[in-house]
Design a protein around this ligand. Structure first.
Ligand SMILES: [Zn+2]
Length: 593
């Protein structure tokens, strides 16, 4: 029997004459309980209706089953209670309401604070449309809803920030053209500071939520610089309003992109020192670049969306890897990051990723395709078995950009690819077919780049940086020459025990049979702790034999290791002393100087 396929109502369907409409009301009468009270008022329904909550939310490729937070799902019409059958973990079948109208309601518990999950407490409320608002499942003979609207009822003194269009004259009420736009929307409810500026003639708001050691004026001024820089590549902005929501809480982190908004989380007191603040700006530059790359330029499977299950694409290295490549570049182009810091951040990524055993095992395509169960559920062995399409994709972007410049005497670059991709596939146009982005790169290069993609996207070949160095006039350097002792393990403290966290394939630690969760006790018979382990290792050189005493599953074990070495210094990328005129021109063009 063929698997049942569920298709959400989305912009795929045309609007029929029957005016099926959905109005959501979201209340939060007691925020500290973490409970949102959701009401779904449906009118114009031709019969029974199935309401469904998404299993995942776009931009975050993991099954999260938002319906797991639902309780007390009920429905009624003007005559009384209606029968509701829960069909599976995320769908409810509601009996036909009188004259096509009914109201469903449920409670949704929201105590997982992240950029992708619903959260409510006495500090604020946050949700995405996909977290909380069920869609009407598409059925034969069913019209697509002609209207989606939402009313948020905040506690007294709280306000609402969202990218959705407000309905004039109705407090905290918003309209969405279809479920994809509704599901994509951020709702931030609380007492946040709201800052505004104009870029490209369009209003941009920055809602700062929480507390921390930031300078709000500086932050908004720097975000404005990004908004005045990134759109220049595409000749302007593709929205008429944009909202940044910045979560500043001790447990905040990560970012999530939306069509005309994004949410960025940053730990309250990590806005200083400057290097940390630079990392924050990179996050903002990253999420903002997604306005184009992923929210508009995207593989066909990433919009319109099927929210019912995993959606597979081999192109996440384009969506996330190239965005990670660009995030630093945008900061540099906007004058927020110096040349040295920019080059060193690429060098650091190269040093880490090239030395990762998993890069010989998993290709970028595979990393993209299996994001749902690999990168998004990475375990302690992922360093040996996988690569991140973010970091590895960023490296490939770095090399690909230089190759495009090398092949065209500096006349064309990855910028031209992104621009052409936006013109060709930018939402609301249909997304690209698998492999089409690579073809576009070849088109811009004026010759086939198939070998490059075969080697570095479909394959796991070593990246060659000679072209990058040649194009921009750069060289690699180590800030220290002497090597240091290396065992190939990382460690940390868990439940008070000093433990092995990862063991690298091909390392002395793996050869000696060390295992993740081994509790480290002594080195050559003397006690070691998390604080002094790395320093103690400095006493040894390549070839030295050492013993590690440890507990493994409660039993005392002694392991003998032969010390290896690795370069001690940080890898740096620096400009050559005397670049050629072409190298100098390429470098300046790269950074838009
Ligand atoms: Zn991203």
């Amino acid at each position: 029997m063929a698997e049942e396929r569920i298709e959400p109502v989305s912009r795929r369907q045309t609007t029929a004459s029957t005016a099926l409409a959905v109005h959501y009301t979201v209340r939060m009468p007691h925020p500290a309980s973490h409970n949102f009270e959701v009401e779904v008022a449906v009118s114009g329904a031709p019969g029974e209706v199935t309401l469904a909550l998404p299993a995942w939310t776009p931009g975050s490729y993991k099954i999260r089953d938002f319906a797991k937070n639902v309780s007390s799902f009920r429905a009624r019409d003007s005559r009384g209670a209606l029968e509701v059958r829960q069909l599976d973990k995320q769908r409810w079948r509601v009996a036909a309401g009188h004259q096509g109208r009914f109201k469903a309601s449920f409670t949704l518990y929201a105590d997982e604070f992240s950029v992708r999950t619903p959260h409510l407490d006495d500090t604020h409320g946050f949700f995405l449309g996909t977290n909380l608002l069920p869609y009407i499942e598409r059925e034969a003979g069913f019209p697509a809803p002609a209207r989606h609207s939402v009313t948020v009822v905040p506690p007294r003194g709280w306000k609402v920030a969202t990218g959705l269009k407000p309905v004039k004259g109705k407090a905290f009420t918003y309209l969405a053209e279809d479920y994809d736009i509704l599901g994509d929307s951020i709702f931030e409810i609380g007492t946040h500071e709201l800052h505004s500026f104009k870029a490209f003639g369009v209003r941009h708001d920055v809602a700062i939520v929480g507390w921390g050691n930031f300078n709000a004026r500086q932050m908004v001024a720097d975000i404005k610089k990004l908004c005045e820089t990134e759109p220049r590549l595409f000749g302007g902005v593709p929205y008429d309003y944009y909202l940044f929501v910045i979560h500043c809480f001790p447990d905040a982190g990560g970012g999530l992109e939306h069509l005309n908004s994004c949410v960025c989380g940053w730990p309250s007191f990590k806005f200083k020192p400057r290097e940390e603040y630079d990392n924050f700006l990179r996050l903002v530059a990253h999420e903002y670049f997604h306005v184009w790359n992923v929210k508009r330029i995207r593989p066909a499977i990433l919009g319109p969306f099927d929210y019912s299950r995993e959606q597979y694409t081999r192109a996440l290295w384009v969506m996330e890897g190239l965005t990670q490549y660009y995030e630093k570049l945008w900061c540099a182009r906007a004058g927020l990051l110096g040349d040295e810091a920019l080059l060193n951040s690429y060098a650091e990524n190269i040093d880490r990723e090239d030395n990762r055993p998993g890069r010989k095992v998993m290709s970028l395509e595979e990393s993209s395709w299996l994001a749902w169960t690999k990168l998004y559920q990475a375990d302690e062995n992922f360093i040996n078995s996988g690569v991140s399409y973010y970091s590895r994709g960023s490296q490939v972007g770095f090399v690909l950009d230089a190759r495009l410049r090398a092949l065209t005497d500096g006349e064309r670059s990855l910028d031209d690819v992104m621009k052409a991709a936006m013109e060709r596939y930018g939402w609301p146009k249909p997304g690209f077919a698998e492999g089409e982005f690579e073809k576009l790169c070849s088109e811009i290069a004026g010759q086939s780049l198939d070998d490059f993609f075969e080697a570095h996207v479909r394959g796991t070949s070593e990246l060659d940086y000679r072209e990058v160095l040649e194009v921009y006039g750069l060289e690699f350097k180590r800030d220290k020459d002497e090597p240091s002792a290396w065992l190939g393990l990382t460690h940390g403290t868990k439940d008070g025990a000093f433990q092995v966290r990862t063991v690298e394939a091909g390392s002395p630690a793996m050869a000696a049979g060390l295992q993740v969760r081994d509790e480290l006790l002594a080195l050559n018979g003397h006690r070691v702790t998390a604080k002094d382990f790395d320093d103690r290792l400095k006493d040894f050189r390549k070839g030295d034999r050492i013993s590690l005493t440890l507990f493994r599953r409660g039993r005392l074990v002694e392991a003998r290791l032969t010390v290896a070495e690795k370069p001690a210094g940080k890898l740096k990328l620096v400009r050559v002393a005397k670049p050629t005129a072409l190298q100098d021109r390429n470098f300046r063009r790269w950074l838009w100087k």
